[in-house]
Design a protein around this ligand. Structure first.
Ligand SMILES: [Fe+2]
Ligand SMILES: [Fe+2]
Length: 241
């Protein structure tokens, strides 16, 4: 498997590995490297991807410089390789919202994680990563996202997931492909709060959405997030009737 590394925003690199046998169209697993005084990796990838992703990161920053490792929730594609990263990057610290640390990461991670409150900013030096709790969006109660304030990039993980091996970044519609993918996977939790949680992200008015599966999006981000919230609420309403 080959991991490709285009830059999708200033100092933000998308590490993308295409796996053809997940879904009929195949599926991308994307990590993001945020280059700053204290570089941060967002998503570790699964343990099986570690050799390819580590080699790709090493082409941009030496392992010794990697300072932070974040992700949006506790699942293998988000954080399966975290302990391999902690072993390879001696100065790196896991960073996540408080709930994931209390429930899982204080136990799972080989070094103590840094816990962030909702709205707290992690200053990377040149980039500012604000943590946002998004319980049950896209799935677990510990879920959250990072919003990089200087370039208005939302690292939104599984939100707007779509299949195939599309361009690294697009302004074309991603909501339609994301709804089609979710109708196939059923990955979005349908909590009563999901619509408002997605509208809260939309109100940030991001300029770029860094998606874990599929193209990053540089179109009308607020509209895409609001549309995903509307989709969740339509499904909840349909289940109630
Ligand atoms: Fe997930
Ligand atoms: Fe994912």
């Amino acid at each position: 498997m080959e991991t490709r590394v285009p830059e999708i925003a200033d100092g933000v690199y998308r590490l993308s590995t295409f796996v053809p046998d997940v879904s009929p169209d195949g599926f991308t697993f994307n990590q993001f490297l945020i280059d700053a005084e204290e570089p941060m990796l967002f998503h570790t990838g699964q343990r099986s991807l570690f050799p390819a992703v580590a080699a790709a990161v090493g082409r941009i920053v030496p392992m010794e410089r990697l300072r932070w490792i974040g992700f949006g929730h506790v699942e293998a594609d988000e954080c399966g390789a975290m302990n391999a990263w902690l072993a390879a990057a001696p100065n790196a610290v896991i960073v996540h919202g408080r709930l994931a640390c209390d429930v899982s990461l204080n136990d799972l991670a080989d070094r103590p994680p840094r816990a962030l409150a909702d709205g707290e900013v992690l200053d990377l030096g040149g980039k500012r990563m604000r943590w946002l709790d998004t319980p049950h969006v896209p799935h677990g109660w510990e879920a959250g996202a990072f919003y990089e304030e200087t370039a208005a990039t939302l690292f939104c993980g599984d939100l707007l997931t779509h299949t195939g091996d599309p361009a690294p970044i697009t302004e074309a519609d991603v909501l339609g492909p994301a709804v089609a993918a979710d109708e196939m996977f059923g990955a979005m939790s349908l909590a009563p709060s999901s619509g408002e949680t997605l509208r809260r992200l939309a109100r940030l008015a991001p300029r770029t959405l860094a998606l874990m599966h599929g193209s990053s999006f540089a179109g009308d981000c607020a509209r895409a997030l609001t549309g995903l919230g509307d989709y969740c609420e339509r499904r909840i309403a349909a289940a109630e009737t």
